[in-house]
Design a protein around this ligand. Sequence first.
Ligand SMILES: NC(=O)c1ccc[n+]([C@@H]2O[C@H](COP(=O)([O-])OP(=O)(O)OC[C@H]3O[C@@H](n4cnc5c(N)ncnc54)[C@H](O)[C@@H]3O)[C@@H](O)[C@H]2O)c1
Length: 269
Amino acid sequence: MAHQLLKGKRGIISGALDENSIAWKVALKCFEEGATFTLTNAPIAMRMGEIKKLAEKTNATIIPCDATNVEEINKLFTDSQEVLGGKIDFVLHSIGMSVNIRKNIPYTELNYDFFQKGIDVSALSFHKMLASAYKLDALNEHASVVALSYIAAQRAYPFYTDMADIKAMLESIARTFGYHYGKQKKVRVNTISQSPTKTTAGSGIKGFSDFYNFADLQSPLGNASADDCAAFCVAMFSDLTRMVTMQNLYHDGGYSSTGVSTEQLEKFV
Ligand SMILES: NC(=O)c1ccc[n+]([C@@H]2O[C@H](COP(=O)([O-])OP(=O)(O)OC[C@H]3O[C@@H](n4cnc5c(N)ncnc54)[C@H](O)[C@@H]3O)[C@@H](O)[C@H]2O)c1
């Protein structure tokens, strides 16, 4: 049920590749809640993806942008303000890619060119987006910027390889930029640490479906779905959370606070 929580708000949503993408669900929910926004993705993904269908459903304009390219990011913010008719109120960073994961390279044998590519795409892109918005003064006061993270930033998850270190950097950028942007313009910056979710990026991780089931059994509420994540993003974009900033917020059905669940233990009885 929609509450028009984002009525009158203008946003930028990155990372909608197909209907399984978390960003796809966020776009649908933001539209239901009355927001107007632009959609963006890497030009190469756009040809493969189905983003046009999403744009039609949500009356959104698509602005291609490789999130590693500062000029393209500047254009994204400038064009978005023009298309939407004013400064931006919310931004979703939903971008992640590790070549080491794609190629099943173990953590102890990481390829450093791939590692650097992963850092650039999945973490530095967040700094670049924030820095571009900051320099162009593209965001309204109390605007909300959210990036998606994973608990491997805090705990060891062997199969998550270099993305664990990259997510730790992403969360640190949220804290540090959140400080500067909060001081300058009361803009808030947070990360949401999401449950394993069946998407293109998620399913690319070795052993993902076993791990998905493990996390589901471990979490008192079960895994949080992409739809639930979208609802949480709406809450974070809305004025109801206007004093929340510089946080890494677990959205995981209680997984991060559970030592062991009875369902897991029963497997050893
Ligand atoms: N799926 C999960 O289990 C899970 C769990 C926690 C966090 N996350 C995070 O959620 C975010 C979204 O991932 P998803 O699971 O929806 O998968 P997804 O594959 O649908 O989305 C990843 C997106 O990143 C985009 N991207 C890659 N390189 C880019 C570039 N250079 N410029 C611009 N965009 C680029 C892709 O085109 C794609 O749309 C990622 O940051 C991911 O790490 C996912």
